[in-house]
Design a protein around this ligand. Structure first.
Ligand code: AHR
Length: 326
């Protein structure tokens, strides 16, 4: 993969023969020749409302599919994920699924899984590796597209205006696919118009506490902030607290663009505190279990499976709130 796994996967959406990854025969019903499938799942952590919903979705779906799930929470640390994957290899699980906390540094451990003939499925986030044979499929959102959608909203919102628009950016976890891609997608769109200026940009690690802390620092250091672009809802919600404590009105004095679309953010939107939310769907469990069964059964699966998502304005969020699942 030239620069990044996601880029070439998106381009191709190729289908590969899974036998190349050492997966054996079997059936697509949660059992392989009569034995119950075991999946080792290494989760990023519990840093956000999105993540909690994603964990529940995966755990519920495994139960429903009759799959034994060995779950490991990496607490946002790559070293913990590497340890978990090694332990899954030792335990000889049927398939390893994982959501990589950062994009780079996976080749060695993924090669170990390949040598042990255990297929690997990426879920939610991509890895940056030149070796395409280290995993069989990647199921998750298109984060570059999410960044572009955020930028498109901003361009439309300020159409016809010429005065400078000062933007502060709360980035996700440094080195993670969503932080890298949401930044690049957004920047690609807004760079066409010189009035948009990112005056400050820092990581808030996808958490509410850090989002608040960094926003407090932005409010002190920046004399004029027009827009906050937060890479996820938890950071936006933390920033809202900081903005209110500084005596300003979130959504009015400072417009807020966020990503995810969790219930708490929809509530804030219905109160006028977030202006737009770009959806990122965490409910990947059922699709992941289907994929795992097919992989183990030796069926062909798409190399890249993208989640379908939308963009919510305040009115749309208020209407969707009563039925929002996460
Ligand atoms: O990888 C998905 C991102 O990770 C979500 O946007 C964020 O909330 C989570 O922590």
């Amino acid at each position: 993969m030239s620069k990044r796994v996601a880029a070439s996967l998106v381009a191709g959406a190729m289908v590969v023969a899974l036998s190349a990854c050492g997966s054996g025969g079997g059936s697509a019903d949660g059992k392989d020749s009569g034995h119950k499938l075991t999946v080792g799942f290494s989760q990023v952590g519990a840093e956000s409302g999105w993540r909690t919903a994603n964990t529940k979705s995966v755990q519920d779906a495994a139960k429903k599919a009759g799959i034994t799930l060995k779950f490991s929470d990496a607490q946002q640390k790559q070293e913990n994920q590497i340890k978990a994957i090694r332990s899954f290899i030792q335990q000889k699980v049927d398939v390893i699924a994982f959501s990589p906390v950062v994009e780079s540094g996976w080749d060695t451990v993924l090669k170990e899984a390949k040598d042990a003939h255990i297929p690997v499925v990426l879920t939610d986030r991509a890895v940056d590796s030149k070796d395409d044979s280290l995993y069989v499929s990647f199921l998750g959102s298109d984060f570059v597209e999410e960044g572009k959608r955020a930028g498109d909203w901003l361009v439309k919102e300020y159409q016809g205006r010429t005065d400078p628009v000062n933007i502060v950016e709360l980035q996700g976890t440094t080195g993670s696919a969503p932080a890298n891609d949401r930044k690049s997608g957004f920047t690609d769109v807004i760079k066409a118009d010189a009035k948009f200026k990112i005056v400050a940009s820092q990581t808030g690690d996808f958490t509410r506490a850090k989002g608040k802390e960094v926003m407090q620092a932005f409010l002190k250091s920046q004399p004029k902030i027009d827009v906050l672009y937060a890479h996820n809802d938890d950071m936006a919600l933390g920033a809202i607290q900081a903005i209110e404590e500084a005596g300003k009105k979130p959504g009015v004095d400072i417009k807020i663009i966020s990503v995810d679309g969790v219930k708490d953010a929809f509530t804030a939107m219905s109160q006028g505190k977030i202006n737009v939310d770009v959806e990122c769907n965490p409910l990947l469990g059922d699709q992941l279990m289907d994929l795992v069964k097919k992989v183990k059964a030796g069926e062909q699966v798409p190399r890249r499976i993208k989640t379908q998502e939308g963009v919510f304005t305040q009115d749309q969020a208020a209407a969707a709130l009563p039925t929002r699942q996460y």
